[in-house]
Design a protein around this ligand. Sequence first.
Ligand SMILES: CC(C)(COP(=O)(O)OP(=O)(O)OC[C@H]1O[C@@H](n2cnc3c(N)ncnc32)[C@H](O)[C@@H]1OP(=O)(O)O)[C@@H](O)C(=O)NCCC(=O)NCCS
Length: 180
Amino acid sequence: MALCLGDGSTMIEITRFTELDTEIKSALKGFIKNEFGHIPIVKQTEWASPDWTVIYFVGNQIATFYNIIEREISIDGKESKVAGINNVITPKEFRGNGYASKLLSETENLIFEKLKSEFGVLLCADSLIPFYEKLGWYKIDCPVYFKQSVGERLWGANTMLLTKGKKVTPTLVKLNGLPW
Ligand SMILES: CC(C)(COP(=O)(O)OP(=O)(O)OC[C@H]1O[C@@H](n2cnc3c(N)ncnc32)[C@H](O)[C@@H]1OP(=O)(O)O)[C@@H](O)C(=O)NCCC(=O)NCCS
């Protein structure tokens, strides 16, 4: 699925992860490894595989991208369909041009309309909170559990939500699988 933006030199492509072109997949893998590959907690954790990849192309170059994991998670005991967002990355040479903000806001409806999710959910470090807040995401302050082969674990950093309507304040979240 491709959406054209602006003058035709930029394009957003939304692709099932399993259908990504091999070269693109390996380029994305390289960007992810560069950004997060050296972080001990990233190396020590088992992560979910994405269902979708959303890429913003400038010409034929990857200017920014992110992945989506579709999941039914448990929020205060109720199962809710969510779109988990991860690996939001703008390659260094494209940073500071508003590309990540633009991609996330332009594709917000993907979460609610096409994927019929009730929430966007992302797990992030403290420093990124203001960036996502500007885009309408908000931090929740409750325990968030995820699965690993060794059992259930408590997420130690931040969890942010995106909702279409009013903000929610859950008291317990279970991701019902690997984190993203
Ligand atoms: C975060 C990131 C995706 C932003 O991409 P971008 O295309 O440059 O984003 P935009 O131009 O839309 O917005 C840039 C804003 O993000 C902020 N930002 C970027 N990286 C940041 C960081 N590590 N900590 C805090 N703020 C950060 C910038 O200060 C800027 O804020 P401003 O709008 O108030 O000036 C990019 O810096 C990146 O790939 N970082 C490394 C990977 C990463 O940490 N991803 C987030 C995973 S949760």
